[in-house]
Design a protein around this ligand. Structure first.
Ligand code: AP5
Length: 218
């Protein structure tokens, strides 16, 4: 599988990507997760990007493109991109990589979501500081308050999930990433799924779309 999940902050890209990659045996390439891991390690890349991520601004294209290209090169079994591309230049860089490697994209899927619901979802998101499992105090609470069901470690709130930063991220999405929807509608096999529904229903819709797209491309 080679596919792209587009969607505003909180649309459910990360939640759905993890399930779909397991189901389809693809690599989950999530630019935000990669940056957070580098920030946690305080690596040179982490130090370079931490201000952008914490303020809800986009990391400069050159930095993102170099990082993602290295992950694409290393993922022979296929991939699902979550959070990349996010700008016109990133979309062009992905097209160039595909052309140079003689590959295509099976599907680009846009997970749509109402903005007022996003703020509620993201301010109530909690993540396991150890294994990265994602919870939601309103829609997917852990069995024991503040503890990860999977590994028992403490749950934390992402520093960019405050209401002010979520609103900033939504503005950035509308300005720089939303225009990619019309680009992909014309340039690749494009699908739209309503991300405001029950998680399992969204997963089944996405699975059907990706399964059919892969069968068509095979
Ligand atoms: P990134 O980590 O990509 O953040 P994002 O796009 O803002 O997306 P989120 O992770 O917030 O949301 P999601 O759609 O994955 O939602 P989730 O599944 O967790 O990027 C962070 C930062 O890194 C950026 O701001 C930027 O600085 C930098 N960056 C990353 N990529 C970049 C790039 N390409 N270029 C430049 N900079 C880049 O779900 C959210 C919550 O809702 C969870 O609690 C979940 O449990 C719950 N939930 C999910 N689905 C449902 C449902 N159907 N019903 C009810 N609850 C649900």
């Amino acid at each position: 599988m080679r596919a792209v999940l587009l969607g505003c902050p909180g649309a459910g890209k990360g939640t759905q990507s993890k399930i779909l990659c397991e189901r389809f045996g693809a690599a989950h390439i999530a630019s935000g997760d990669l940056f957070r891991s580098e920030i946690e390690k305080q690596s040179p890349l982490g130090l370079k990007v931490q201000d952008y991520v914490q303020k809800g601004m986009l990391v400069p294209d050159g930095v993102v493109i170099e990082l993602i290209a290295s992950k694409l090169d290393a993922s022979d079994a296929g991939w699902l991109l979550d959070g990349f591309p996010r700008t016109h230049d990133q979309a062009m860089a992905l097209d160039k990589w595909l052309e140079q490697n003689g590959k295509g994209i099976d599907a680009v899927v846009y997970i749509s979501m109402k903005e007022d619901e996003v703020v509620r979802r993201l301010t109530s998101r909690r993540t396991c500081g150890s294994c990265g499992a994602v919870y939601n105090l309103l829609t997917k609470p852990p069995r024991e308050e503040g503890k990860c069901d999977a590994c028992g470690a403490a749950l934390v709130q992402r520093s960019d999930d405050t209401e002010a930063t979520v609103r900033k991220r939504l503005m950035v999405f509308n300005d720089l990433t939303a225009p990619l929807i019309s680009y992909y509608k014309h340039a690749h096999d494009f699908f739209e799924v309503d991300g405001g529904r029950d998680m399992a229903v969204v997963t089944e819709d996405l699975s059907k779309i990706l399964g059919a797209a892969m069968a068509k491309g095979a």
